[in-house]
Design a protein around this ligand. Structure first.
Ligand SMILES: Cc1cc2nc3c(=O)[nH]c(=O)nc-3n(C[C@H](O)[C@H](O)[C@H](O)COP(=O)(O)OP(=O)(O)OC[C@H]3O[C@@H](n4cnc5c(N)ncnc54)[C@H](O)[C@@H]3O)c2cc1C
Length: 467
């Protein structure tokens, strides 16, 4: 039995309520469908487990379906190819458990899923919780079309986001005690899915993922990153190496040269690894470093989901706290010493070598160190005409180049840097108003900025171009 606090039912009219009894199905149905979206893995996946539990209870076959949007210019080839690494593994593992895996290419995922569910006469659909609006829209749309129950399962958060809070939290200090009160109830080992005993009439076709990748109309100029692959296997390997070699140096996490962080965010973003599995594995390591890492992995990450789920908007200034909106309006017309265009930011053509180095790190490696992400976004605020333009540019670059982009952590991190979300008012200063300020001297006091610049700008100088 799965903890029902993770499972919500979505009614035809769009009501979302905790599913105390998620065994309800359409009795005429012939299979249970697990629509995999945010949590792309077979192991440690409460959504898949809930679907299998229901299928076993009703003696029905279980099918997994995932969609890819072929004409999606918001997604880069870099991100798609990382995701496809994971899907290849999922196909093999699903087949070994006698669970057919289907991949559907469609620019309208909700229509594709609804058609699929009707074609295969689904008795119920289980899918992943995701706080982002496009994803919520798709789930509601599917529920409004199909005739079977639709359930949403939170497999991305250790403490389910809808359960733990029903409003925007002010900051980590308000969410942390709520999480801590119930964390031990949710921090349990996760069972494995079993070989499914009720076969589906038809086998799913073997998918030629490389052919699919070549057909996608995505941002092809943002190429895959060498030296990092998606999928559960590589995620687990990266996690094991982190625990073995790096976790004990996590107190150096604010030094971008120190390589003291986990680097797990791309795999976490695509759901190739479960944050609950990570936390469960290291929960008994009682070091200061381990506790700090768990604070980021649990409180900060789950706070980002809370913000995106409940804020008026997570992509524009409507989501900023009142004090930040007021301070922005007071400083809107302050003189800027430098103003750059999106193209100049993209090409790392600012006057500031440290910022340019961070942008090069992003473009070449598909990642940027967490400390530099804050500096990077705050300087975009300083060097654009308005906070709104800064937020738009930061989201565009973050979502296009980061392997972990298009994530609640990104929208929230940018809103923190530019709009004071989850932060407090600081001393008044030009352009920033009361938004927390950062400058290159502050970075110099924390780490060897010259070394960072040398390492990341070197790539640009030697290749001659960023693209
Ligand atoms: C401007 C800006 C943009 C950001 N964009 C993204 C993004 O697109 N995708 C993304 O996943 N994170 C983003 N972050 C949050 C954070 O910087 C990254 O999660 C972290 O740097 C990833 O590196 P890591 O896996 O080595 O982190 P570690 O320090 O090893 O932490 C482990 C995990 O904890 C979570 N975590 C760590 N720091 C934060 C944080 N501040 N907020 C929320 N969760 C956190 C992540 O899931 C991370 O993988 C952004 C932050 C800022 C300030």
């Amino acid at each position: 039995m799965i903890d029902s606090r993770r499972i919500y039912s979505i009614s035809t009219n769009g009501d979302i309520e905790q599913a105390y009894d998620y065994s309800a199905i359409n009795n005429q149905g012939s299979c249970i469908v697990y629509w995999m979206s945010r949590d792309q893995r077979i192991q440690d996946n409460w959504g898949l487990l809930s679907a299998q539990y229901s299928a076993l209870q009703h003696k029905l076959p279980l099918i997994i379906i995932c969609t890819l949007t072929p004409n999606c210019f918001d997604i880069s080839l870099r991100q798609y190819s990382f995701m496809v690494d994971g899907l290849k593994e999922i196909q093999l593992k699903a087949h070994s458990l006698h669970i057919p895996f289907f991949l559907v290419l469609s620019n309208e995922p909700s229509i594709a899923i609804s058609n699929f569910a009707m074609q295969y006469n689904a008795a119920a659909i289980f899918t992943d919780f995701d706080p982002l609006s496009a994803s919520i829209f798709n789930r509601l749309k599917v529920a409004s079309i199909v005739t079977c129950p639709v359930y949403e399962v939170d497999s991305h958060n250790i403490v389910p986001a809808r359960f733990i809070s029903q409003k925007v939290e002010f900051g980590a200090y308000t969410l942390r005690p709520k999480i801590n009160r119930v964390l031990s109830e949710f921090m349990v080992d996760i069972p494995s899915p079993i070989d499914h005993p009720f076969p589906f009439l038809q086998d799913s076709p073997l998918i030629d993922f490389d052919a699919i990748l070549s057909q996608l109309n995505v941002q092809n100029e943002i190429q895959p990153v060498q030296g990092i692959s998606g999928g559960a296997y590589h995620a687990q390997e990266a996690f094991s190496l982190f625990v073995k070699n790096t976790l004990s140096t996590y107190h150096l996490r604010n030094d971008p040269n120190a390589k003291a962080v986990s680097g797990l965010s791309p795999w976490l973003h695509f759901g190739h690894i479960s944050s609950q599995r990570i936390a469960y594995t290291i929960k008994d390591i009682q070091s200061e470093q381990s506790l700090s890492f768990l604070e980021e992995l649990i409180v900060r990450k789950e706070l980002a989901d809370n913000y995106c789920l409940y804020a008026d908007s997570y992509t524009d200034s409507k989501g900023f706290p009142n004090w930040a909106q007021i301070t922005h309006s007071i400083h809107r017309h302050d003189t800027r010493d430098y103003v750059y265009t999106l193209e100049q930011f993209k090409n790392a053509e600012t006057h500031d070598e440290l910022w340019n180095a961070a942008q090069c790190e992003l473009v070449y490696t598909g990642r940027m160190h967490g400390y530099m992400r804050m500096y990077w976004a705050k300087k975009i605020l300083e060097w654009t005409h308005s906070p709104e333009e800064a937020q738009t540019i930061a989201i565009y670059l973050n979502d296009a180049y980061q392997l972990d982009g298009r994530d609640p952590n990104g929208y929230t991190g940018i809103a923190w840097s530019i709009g004071g979300v989850h932060d407090r008012a600081w001393f008044e200063r030009p352009i920033f108003g009361k938004i927390r300020y950062m400058n290159a001297n502050g970075c110099k006091s924390k780490f060897d900025t010259k070394q960072y610049i040398k390492h990341h700008l070197y790539r640009q100088q030697h290749s001659g171009t960023l693209f």
